[in-house]
Design a protein around this ligand. Structure first.
Ligand SMILES: Cc1ncc(C[n+]2csc(CCOP(=O)(O)OP(=O)(O)O)c2C)c(N)n1
Length: 572
C-alpha cells in the first residue's frame, strides 16, 4: 500500500499533514494557549510550503461549528473544528448538538490543558493550566458526540484520526470529539509513516432489508390515501430525484413538515405543501422519511388503523429517550437508496393498483391547485401590510434569487412563498434548534460555493444568537459576501407563542408585553455589519422591500461586501 513518511516532525505537524491527506479542506478554529504547537506547525507550513488544511480564524465557537455545518451541507465533505480546552468545548456545544441531531460529520477537537507541571515540552506554564483541567473533559458531550477519545501519543495518531473520521462519515453520520493534550502535540517523532490513501474507510450506506421492502410496497400499493412525510430528507441531495420519481410514479403526496431542507421541488405535482394535518388525518399508510417527529401525538389526529413506516439510517431515532410514534415497519437505509429500491419493487403491483393510483393523481392535482390558489390569495391580502408580513418578505426574496441561490433558514421564512427548483438550495443547520446557526451556516455555505449567491434569513433573536460581530468579522476576513435578511419582529415570538399556548386564558395571554419575550430596545441591526465594512439597510415600508433587496444584492454581488437588511416585520 502507498505510504508517506515524514521525518523529524512534532505530533502536531504529523496531525495537520494527516488531516490534509484525508481531505479536510478547512480548519475552523478558535484558539487558546493549548494551540501553541499547532500554531508553530501552521507557521512552519507557510514557510516550508507543506500541506495543511486552511485555517479559518473564528472569533466565536458558534461561528466555527456552524461554518463547518454549512460547508458540509454544500459539499458533503468531512469537516474539522478546533477550540480551546474545556471552555471552548462548552461554547461549541450548541453547534455540536445541531451537528449531532442533523447527522453532520465534524471532527470536533479541543486542546487539553497540559497534564504535567514541569519536565515535558508543553508542560503547564500559566495559572489557567490548573483551573481549566477537568476529570473528564469529554464528559460534557458524551451523550451527544458519536465517539470520543483523547490522543495519548504520536504512535497512535493515524489509527485514532482515521477511526474518528470513518466513524463520523458512516451512516448515521455525526460529529466525533478528540481532545489533544499540549504535551502530546508538542512531542517530536524522528519518523512518522502513514498510509495514503487511508485504509480505514467509512462504511458503505445501508440498504433496506428485502423482506421489509416487500411488506412496505404491498402496503403502499394497497393504500387509498398513502402519505409521505419528510423533514430532513433533503440533507442528502440524492433524495431529491429519487423521491420525485417515486412520489410521481405512484401518485403519493409529500408533505414537508417543519422541513429543514427541501426534499422535492416546490412545484412538483406531489408537493402537497407544508401543512400536515389535512392529509395526515385521512392517511391509511404513512411513510416517514428521515423524520424524528412525524406529528405531535397530543394534538395531531392519525387514523387508528393507519400503518406507519419509518425510513432512514436510524429509523427509530434511537438517540431520543422517549418517542412513542408507532413503527409498523422500520426500514434501515440511506433514504435515497431506499427510495430507489421501493420504486423498483413497487412496479410489481403497479398494474393492479393502476386505477387507484390514477384516481388519486387526479384528486391530488385538484388539491395541488387549490393550495397554490390559496397561497396566492393570502399573499395578495398581506403584501401591503405594515409592519411587513413574513409572507411578503419571503416572496420578495424569491423575486431576487436565482435557481442556484442558497437560502439559509433561521427565520419565519414561509416555504409556500418561495420557489426551490434544485436540491440543496434551502439549508437549516439547527437540527437541535440551538439558535445562532444561520450566520455561521451561511458563511460556511459561501466558503464552499464562492460563485453562488447565499442569502441568510434570520429572526432578530437568532441574529443576535449568531454572534453577529464575530460572523461579520469572518465574512470580511475570508471575503465571503453574504446577504443577511433579518425578519425583525422585535421579540422572541416562538417563546411568546408557547407561553400563550400553555395558558390561553392566563395573564401572559392577556398581557400586551409578555415578560422575557420582547426585544425592542434595539432596532438598528443594519448598523452591526458596518463594523466589517458591510452594507446595511432598514425596511419599514412594504413597497421598499424589493428595491432595498436589489440594493443589498448589488452590494453583495458587485461591491463584494456583506449586506444586512433589517426588515421590521409582524409576528402573525
Ligand atoms: C441557544 C438557544 N437558546 C434559546 C432558545 C429558545 N428559543 C427558541 S425560539 C426562540 C426565539 C427566537 O427568536 P427569533 O429568532 O427572533 O424568532 P421568532 O421566534 O421571533 O420568530 C428562543 C429564544 C433556543 N432554541 N436556542
Amino acid at each position: 500500500m502507498p505510504k508517506i513518511t515524514l521525518n523529524n516532525v512534532t505530533v502536531s505537524d504529523a496531525y495537520m499533514a494527516l488531516l490534509a491527506d484525508r481531505g479536510i479542506d478547512y480548519w475552523f478554529a478558535n484558539a487558546g494557549t493549548d494551540f501553541s504547537p499547532v500554531i508553530e506547525t501552521l507557521a512552519k507550513a507557510q514557510v516550508l510550503e507543506t500541506k495543511t488544511p486552511t485555517p479559518v480564524t473564528c472569533p466565536h465557537e458558534n461561528t466555527a461549528m456552524h461554518m463547518a455545518i454549512g460547508y458540509f451541507l454544500v459539499t458533503g465533505r468531512m469537516q474539522a473544528v478546533m477550540v480551546h480546552v474545556n471552555v471552548g468545548t462548552a461554547n461549541g456545544m450548541n453547534g455540536l448538538l445541531n451537528a449531532a441531531r442533523g447527522n453532520v460529520p465534524i471532527l470536533f477537537t479541543a486542546g487539553r490543558t497540559p497534564i504535567n507541571e514541569g519536565g515535558l515540552v508543553g508542560h503547564r506554564s500559566l495559572d489557567i493550566h490548573w483551573t481549566q483541567e477537568m476529570f473528564d473533559q469529554a464528559g460534557m458531550l458524551r451523550g451527544t458526540a458519536k465517539w470520543d477519545y483523547e490522543l495519548r501519543n504520536g504512535q497512535q495518531l493515524e489509527t485514532v484520526v482515521d477511526r474518528a473520521l470513518s466513524v463520523a462519515m458512516s451512516e448515521p453520520m455525526g460529529p466525533v470529539y478528540l481532545s489533544l493534550p499540549r504535551e502530546v502535540l508538542s512531542a517530536t517523532m524522528s519518523e512518522f509513516t502513514y498510509d495514503s490513501p487511508t485504509r480505514q474507510n467509512a462504511a458503505a450506506p445501508p440498504y433496506p432489508n428485502g423482506n421489509a421492502v416487500d411488506e412496505v410496497v404491498a402496503l403502499l400499493a394497497g393504500a387509498e390515501n398513502p402519505l409521505i412525510i419528510t423533514n430532513s430528507a433533503g440533507r442528502n441531495p440524492e433524495v431529491w430525484q429519487a423521491l420525485s420519481d417515486f412520489a410521481e410514479r405512484y401518485a403519493i403526496p409529500v408533505v414537508q413538515y417543519r422541513n429543514r431542507y427541501m426534499s422535492i421541488p416546490s412545484n412538483h405535482p406531489m408537493n402537497l405543501g407544508y401543512d400536515l394535518k389535512p392529509l395526515l388525518e385521512v392517511a391509511d399508510v404513512i411513510l416517514a422519511i428521515d423524520v424524528a417527529v412525524p406529528w405531535l401525538p397530543a394534538t395531531d389526529k392519525v387514523r387508528e388503523d393507519a400503518k406507519v413506516i419509518h425510513m432512514g439510517a436510524d429509523p427509530l431515532h434511537s438517540y431520543v429517550p422517549v418517542r412513542g410514534h408507532p413503527c409498523d415497519i422500520g426500514l434501515t437505509c440511506a433514504s435515497h437508496a431506499g427510495l430507489r429500491v421501493l420504486n423498483e419493487a413497487m412496479a410489481e403491483h403497479e398494474s393492479a393498483a393502476k386505477g387507484r393510483i390514477e384516481k388519486r393523481r387526479a384528486a391530488l392535482a385538484k388539491r395541488w391547485q387549490e393550495l397554490r390558489d390559496g397561497w396566492r390569495k393570502r399573499l395578495e391580502k398581506v403584501m401591503s401590510e405594515t409592519p411587513l408580513h413574513p409572507a411578503w418578505v419571503t416572496h420578495c426574496i424569491d423575486e431576487i434569487k436565482g435557481d442556484d441561490t442558497i437560502v439559509i433558514k433561521e427565520s419565519p421564512l414561509m416555504p409556500q412563498f418561495i420557489n426551490f427548483s434544485r436540491p440543496g438550495t434551502m439549508l437549516n443547520a439547527g437540527a437541535a434548534s440551538g439558535l445562532g446557526h444561520g450566520l455561521g451556516c451561511a458563511l460556511g455555505a459561501k466558503l464552499a460555493a464562492r460563485d453562488r449567491l447565499v442569502i441568510g434569513t434570520h429572526g432578530d433573536g437568532s441574529y443576535m444568537f449568531g454572534n453577529p460581530i464575530a460572523s461579520h468579522y469572518v465574512g470580511v476576513e475570508q471575503k465571503l459576501p453574504v446577504l443577511s435578511v433579518i425578519f425583525n419582529n422585535q421579540r422572541w415570538q416562538a417563546v411568546r407563542r408557547a407561553a400563550v399556548g400553555l395558558n390561553p386564558d392566563g395573564y401572559a395571554a392577556k398581557s400586551k408585553r409578555q415578560p422575557v419575550t420582547f426585544l425592542d430596545s434595539v432596532t438598528k441591526y443594519e448598523k452591526a455589519v458596518e463594523v466589517a465594512d458591510g452594507y446595511g439597510e432598514k425596511v419599514t415600508d412594504p413597497a421598499e422591500m424589493l428595491p432595498a433587496l436589489e440594493r443589498c444584492l448589488k452590494a453583495v454581488t458587485v461591491e463584494k461586501r456583506q449586506a444586512v437588511l433589517n426588515v421590521i416585520c409582524s409576528a402573525p
